[in-house]
Design a binder for this molecule. Structure first.
Ligand code: ATP
Ligand code: MG
Length: 191
């Protein structure tokens, strides 16, 4: 099987596993993940953040987004601009969002927020304890990370998304910290 086929197979498996989690446990686990985030110094001190807006069975981020807006932090959220580009667009108010063609809440504005970002809260399908990431298959995050400076890349995922090994390419960008409902995995510390 080619690497791309292996990636696709694993995406389908993990997507299925994640969608089978009951909604109430997804919400509870998401809250635990938020609590863990609040134990991370870089997260507490962050002034500029990039954070995805959760969709379907992803780790929920609505409460995080509301908190960032309330605290008037410089927040940017993703906007898909075509087949390869994802842009970070500033968000000041939830009323500035509308569903895109996939149904994902997206800013109406297309104006790119400028890097650097202190933190990027990153979604994905599969992760390893080494901070490796398997995304949704378009390379949006990999490309965005290669073009934008982010001090601390934080992946958030449910424990069932952690696997022993991922098929990887050179362009797959690793994370600095991975947070699940069970643990904080800090990859920046050399052990
Ligand atoms: N920085 C990059 N420059 C050019 N091509 C890239 C880059 N990053 C990834 N790609 C290409 O994009 C395609 C999709 O990448 P990949 O399978 O890693 O997606 P993904 O990480 O699952 O998706 P996403 O980042 O959107 O969640 C691959 O063919 C990959 O080679
Ligand atoms: Mg990738």
């Amino acid at each position: 099987m080619s690497l791309h086929e292996q990636k696709k197979q694993l995406r389908d498996e993990i997507k299925k596993r994640r969608s089978e989690l009951p909604v109430n446990s997804r919400t509870k686990m998401s809250q635990q993940i938020h609590q863990f985030l609040h134990e991370i110094d870089e997260f507490i001190q962050a002034k500029s953040l990039f954070c995805y807006i959760s969709y379907l069975s992803e780790v929920e981020t609505q409460a995080l987004i509301s908190d960032f807006l309330e605290r008037k932090l410089a927040l940017a959220v993703p906007k898909i601009m075509g087949k390869t580009e994802m842009r970070a667009v500033s968000l000041d108010n939830l009323s500035d969002l509308e569903p895109d063609e996939m149904g994902i809440l997206t800013p109406k504005s297309s104006q790119a927020a400028s890097d650097p970002f202190d933190i990027a809260i990153t979604p994905g399908l599969g992760f390893t304890e080494r901070g490796e990431r398997l995304g949704y298959g378009r390379g949006y995050y990999d490309r965005w990370f290669s073009r934008n400076k982010v001090k601390t890349k934080i992946g958030i995922a449910f424990e069932i998304q952690i696997v022993d090994k991922l098929p990887l390419e050179k362009t797959d960008m690793p994370l600095d910290i991975l947070v699940t409902e069970e643990r904080i995995i800090d990859l920046r510390v050399t052990k």
